[in-house]
Design a protein around this ligand. Structure first.
Ligand code: ZN
Length: 298
């Protein structure tokens, strides 16, 4: 059994629960039940309750380091393999470190630091606008700024995958046209099935597809046409049948959501999505293709 999941919030959740041996939504021990698990492990530098107040940038960088260190310690304990280069997958649990939101960065050059830390994917925004781009919550959608363009260029050069989950429409279109490598939306659904600020309309999906990227269909209840496993299947089919099965994946957001969809209580249920769609090979293989086209050899 193989699992590819473009978004799980292991480090952030580890501050309040046991994500190593726990049995809620996802944990290292649950992931170990797969022959191969390949998970984009979020680094989500946010202080306190979500959406409350702002944290100054140096403090965000501190939180970022703390969460990267958590993953490095998992690796040192022999519990996971951290994917740093193409072809780096091993039996067991493989994590690709993925920064959710670029708010902690002072400028694009900070990517040089992140790369040394092992970070291989970056979400350009979370739910707040930043110096690089506007977010899905933007009141005025300015898209990618010139600093954002630098970020895209350097990420391409350094082999860091660009993620437009949480981005505004203009940001999605701008990043897709600026990037020379596949772009992902690690955890988002189709706006055609459910109008929601976090969801992607057909033009955005098309733009991501043109980069050779993938959309990770997600388990966030509010973004689904119905808060059930069927709602997830409906999204997979909508994107797979309408835009090509080479461009769809799963990005559960396990441990980052308060409540899972009915019938989709934990990460083990991802296997049922493969059965329901008959496209398990693509759900596993598409993220691997993006990684091999994006990451470097060291
Ligand atoms: Zn998110």
């Amino acid at each position: 059994m193989r699992l590819a999941d473009l978004h799980e919030d292991l480090a952030y959740a580890s501050m309040r629960m046991d994500v190593i041996n726990g049995s809620a939504q996802s944990s290292i021990s649950m992931l170990r039940s797969f022959d191969y698990a390949f998970v984009f492990a979020a680094v989500f530098p946010r202080a306190g309750a979500r959406g409350v107040g702002k944290t100054v940038r140096p403090a965000l960088m501190g939180l970022l380091l703390e969460q990267v260190r958590f993953y490095l310690e998992l690796e040192r304990a022999g519990l996971v393999n951290i994917v740093r280069r193409r072809g780096d997958l091993r039996p067991g649990v493989n994590l690709l470190l993925s920064l959710e939101g670029a708010d902690a960065l002072g400028d694009a050059g900070d990517l040089l630091l992140l790369r040394e830390l092992g970070v291989r994917a970056i979400g350009i925004t979370w739910n707040e606008d930043n110096r690089f781009a506007s977010s899905c919550m933007a009141r005025r959608d300015y898209g990618l700024t010139s600093e954002g363009e630098e970020l895209v260029k350097l990420a391409n050069e350094l082999g860091i995958i660009l993620d437009v989950a949480h981005a505004s429409k203009r940001t999605v279109l701008d990043v897709a046209s600026a990037s020379k490598k596949p772009v992902i939306a690690s955890h988002a659904n189709a706006a055609a099935l459910k109008g929601h600020r976090r969801n992607l309309d057909d033009e955005e999906i098309e733009a991501i597809v043109r980069t050779g990227g993938v959309i990770g269909v997600t388990a966030i209840r509010e973004t689904l046409p119905s808060p059930t496993i069927q709602g997830i299947v409906d999204n997979l089919k909508y994107i797979g049948e309408g835009f090509g099965w080479s461009h769809v994946a799963v990005g559960t957001d396990m441990l980052g959501i308060d409540e899972t969809p009915n019938g989709f209580e934990d990460v083990l249920r991802v296997s049922e999505l493969a059965e329901a769609t008959g496209h398990g090979d693509e759900l596993w293989g598409n993220p691997l293709r993006v990684v091999s086209e994006s990451l470097g050899d060291r």
